[in-house]
Design a protein around this ligand. Structure first.
Ligand code: F6P
Length: 353
């Protein structure tokens, strides 16, 4: 996100426009926590994780009166446009903030930049933070795999992804994991247990030398890892029998917030800079209710989005359409969500051979 803040600042300043950062998200916007931003303020920040402006939850932003206060803060300072960097909640807030039905013809212009490690924002191939998070998971799982291999163990590694299994899916492919568990598959708890037991049985039937099993589980699969481990152990003993009792060991690791922090990858720095370039130029050109997107994973009709003239890999899409697609992605209805889950049906079939 710092790369996006830096690019938005530098591009706006170069166009002769004053820039203010808003500290602590919408909470800071309502309280008037504005800080002027210039070239020296954003120097060297793109290598730091998180955001120099901080972040905060602001449930009250759902209320019209609170948004009115935020708009008053903006107009008091003569601020006409806002670049909002964030996930579903932040972008939904941006849509309402700039809604002319609520704010009249002088509504602030808003352009969003998708930032969420979960990659659950619609109409963009990637959001800021995803690449760094996948790299962090792969590095951690590679390390765990050394112990798993040496001791013939099964590891269940839980990664973030509240409602979306993208991180679990992609890191499972990148790590060569034996199984990915994600909410889009809609497995019941016994089915989750069976899937792990099947993966262990498949590995053990293939080779006597490599008996390590790596399972990557998204946080959104709502079975606690300890409970899962206990159920898997019981089923493994039933299925694989007494001979294997001594050699079956299941361990769990929850990566948690480790996945969300750290130095951004080079790709994420570029992505943040490039999306901010597109978003800022759109705002400077007088556009509103848009979101900068990275290579949308579907055909977009003209009224939903167009390729950016500032960057051939980026698109400028309708913010409301992006949020509608986010909703259907999160509820598993969108063709993209079904495609993602379907890819794993094929992969699992291949892994069971
Ligand atoms: O929304 C992104 C996310 O990383 C989720 O995957 C995770 O459940 C959540 O944030 C954690 O948020 P918090 O730090 O507020 O618990």
């Amino acid at each position: 996100m710092n790369a996006a803040i830096r690019a938005a600042t530098l591009i706006s300043r170069a166009a002769g426009v004053e820039v203010y950062g808003v500290e602590r998200g919408y909470k800071g916007l309502v309280e008037g926590a504005f800080v002027p931003l210039g070239a020296t303020d954003v120097q060297g920040i793109l290598r730091d994780g998180g955001t120099i402006l901080g972040s905060a939850r602001c449930k009250e932003f759902h209320e019209r009166a609170v948004r009115d206060r935020a708009r008053a803060q903006l107009s008091e300072r003569g601020i006409e446009g806002l670049v909002v960097i964030g996930g579903n909640g932040s972008l939904t807030g941006a849509l309402a903030l700039g809604d002319p039905a609520e704010a009249g013809p002088r509504a602030p212009h808003v352009v969003g930049i998708p930032a969420s490690i979960d990659n659950d924002i619609g109409l963009t191939g990637l959001s800021i933070g995803v690449d760094t998070a996948v790299n962090t998971i792969v590095e951690a799982v590679d390390k765990i795999a050394d112990t798993a291999t040496a001791h013939d163990r099964t590891f269940i590694v839980e990664v973030m992804g509240r409602d979306c299994g993208y991180l679990a899916m992609t890191s499972a492919i990148a790590c060569g994991a034996d199984l990915a568990l994600f909410p889009e598959a809609n497995r019941t708890e016994p089915e989750v247990v069976d899937a792990i037991v099947d993966a262990v049985a498949a590995v053990r039937s293939r080779s006597r030398r490599n008996r390590r099993v790596i399972v990557i589980k998204a946080e959104g699969v709502h079975v606690g890892v300890d409970r899962l481990k206990a159920a898997v152990d019981v089923r493994l003993r039933e299925r694989l029998g007494a001979d294997d009792l001594g050699s079956i060991e299941t361990r769990v690791t929850v990566l948690g917030h480790v996945v969300r922090g750290g130095r951004p990858s080079a790709f994420d720095r570029l992505l943040g800079s490039r999306l901010a370039n597109v978003a800022t130029r759109a705002l400077l050109a007088g556009k509103t209710h848009k979101m900068a997107a990275w290579m949308p994973p579907m055909e977009l009709p003209e009224e939903v989005g167009a390729r950016s003239t500032a960057d051939p890999y980026c698109w400028l899409v309708d913010l409301a359409a992006a949020l509608a697609e986010t909703d259907s992605l999160l509820h598993g209805h969108s063709p993209l969500a079904r495609w993602r889950a379907g890819v794993f049906d094929d992969i699992e079939d291949a892994l069971q051979l």
